[in-house]
Design a binder for this molecule. Structure first.
Ligand code: V47
Length: 430
């Protein structure tokens, strides 16, 4: 052995990417990552280090808590004026398999959900060509009248724009969106789900979901909801015709909007904004004199905000993009971890078990996710396994997955408040 060999610094073991050191140092310090740094997280062969970084950030935010909820997804109709290439859910009115649920059927679903302990109904559907605006208002009112305590999280941004068009309320643009959201809120709408965002990029839009609203319009709908005090979520549909830089841009646009939304709250919580006005919630504990997580009703918070980022892996089956391969397990883990690291001002990251599968969602709890969504029961939009739309998991399965991953299960309501339960009866805890 030549002299001095042992004194030379050890080369990194295979798979260790030294270029990540600077990125990791920024994560440790709680500094915002650029899109270029996000790309480094995406391109490194050392994917497990990226997952570990996201886990660190997730533990700073939530410790060992992992959230789930008891909910029902209701898809009121699959009839849709659009024909997005990635979507296997939509049907034309007289096509085989087209359906519409009546208000009475929906109310029965809500009552059955409440009897089983559900705290939330998540309701979305296609852009129905002739259901009138009043049908949506009446249905929300009937749902709330049947079960006043239930939270109604309903309608993606593209449905809201559709409702604006059919509502004939006169107002246009942003004010028109707000007017429609105000009517829906007054009829019982509690928050907006994160669907329909896909990927905020015009090339991807024109190739895979032309006809749907573009990213700026989607962001405007959520901004309007936030201004009215409604919280919302954000999805990112990945693994189809988009590329990784486009995913990172999607994350940046969400993050910039959230910065503006949280400014007053951050000031009240004495969270220092960064040089570009950025509000980072994922740094070390000593940066946060008061609360690091926005919660409804908190000092400085007069608006709603984005609660959760939900990366959704593309399911090619039965869509017009069926020839594309679905994203791999590691790509799913990595995309979740990169989302957690880039979206440093989003309180939560969800591994939606229906699309990820429960075993994959369990792994994701150690890679940045703090939430699994809920019991779901019926789901029409994608089918990971088997036939039919009965896709239910029990609370026992969710709790077992969370415990198996080494976390502490916490039942939450839609706004991430802890739930105290006595059978099907429940209240929000402290
Ligand atoms: O908007 C449609 C996506 C979304 C496919 O806010 C597909 O808490 C994969 O938004 N492959 C609906 N994805 C689901 C959604 C959601 C789910 C769970 C929780 C929340 C929340 C929101 O599903 C659609 C679309 O982006 N989608 N087709 C497909 N083939």
């Amino acid at each position: 052995m030549p002299a001095g060999t042992l004194e030379r610094p050890c080369p990194p073991p295979p798979g260790v990417d030294r270029a990540l050191d600077a990125v990791e140092a920024k994560v440790e310090a709680g500094e915002r990552l650029s899109e270029a740094e996000g790309l480094a997280l995406y391109e490194t062969p050392d994917v497990h280090r990226v997952l570990a970084m996201a886990d660190r950030v997730r533990r700073r935010l939530h410790g060992d808590a992992a959230f789930y909820n008891i909910n029902r997804h209701i898809n009121y109709s699959n009839v849709c004026a659009l024909s997005c290439k990635f979507c296997a859910f939509h049907r034309k009115k007289d096509q085989d398999g087209a359906y519409e649920k009546s208000t009475d059927e929906i109310v029965r679903d809500v009552q059955a959900a409440a009897a089983a302990g559900a705290t939330e109904i998540h309701m979305v559907g296609g852009l129905h060509p002739w259901l009138p605006f009043d049908w949506y208002l009446d249905t929300l009112r009937a749902m709330k009248a049947a079960v006043p305590q239930i939270h109604l999280k309903a309608f993606t941004a593209v449905e809201i724009v559709h409702l604006q068009r059919i509502s004939k309320r006169g107002a246009e643009g942003f004010e028109g969106i707000k007017a429609v959201l105000r009517d829906l809120r007054d009829a019982g709408l509690g928050s907006l789900p994160g669907g329909g965002a896909e990927v905020f990029d015009d090339r991807v839009h024109d190739e895979a979901f032309k006809g749907k609203i573009r990213g700026d319009h989607w962001l405007d709908v959520h901004r309007a909801a936030h201004e009215l005090g409604l919280n919302s979520n954000a999805t990112m549909l990945y693994g189809h015709v988009e590329r990784r830089p486009e995913r990172l841009r999607h994350m940046r646009l969400l993050r910039e909007q959230q910065d503006r939304t949280l400014q007053d709250w951050a000031r009240a919580q004495r969270i220092p904004a960064g040089p570009a006005g950025e509000i980072v919630l994922t740094g070390p504990a000593d940066r946060y004199p008061l609360e690091r997580l926005p919660m409804p009703g908190q000092a400085g918070l007069s608006t709603g905000y984005f609660q959760t980022i939900i990366p959704l892996p593309f399911y090619p089956n039965e869509s017009e993009l069926e020839h594309l391969p679905a994203p791999t397990g590691l790509e799913n883990l990595r995309t979740l971890a990169v989302s957690r690291l880039m979206l440093d001002n989003f309180p939560h990251a969800k591994a939606f078990w229906i699309m990820q599968t429960l075993p994959m969602a369990e792994l994701m709890l150690g890679a940045g996710a703090d939430d699994l969504d809920g019991t779901v029961v019926w789901y029409d939009i994608t089918k990971a396994v088997g036939e039919g739309n009965h896709q239910e998991t029990t609370v026992a399965d969710l709790v077992r997955a969370i415990r198996g991953a080494g976390f502490r299960p916490v039942e939450r309501d839609t706004l991430y408040r802890p739930v105290v339960r006595d059978g099907a009866a429940w209240r929000v805890g402290a």
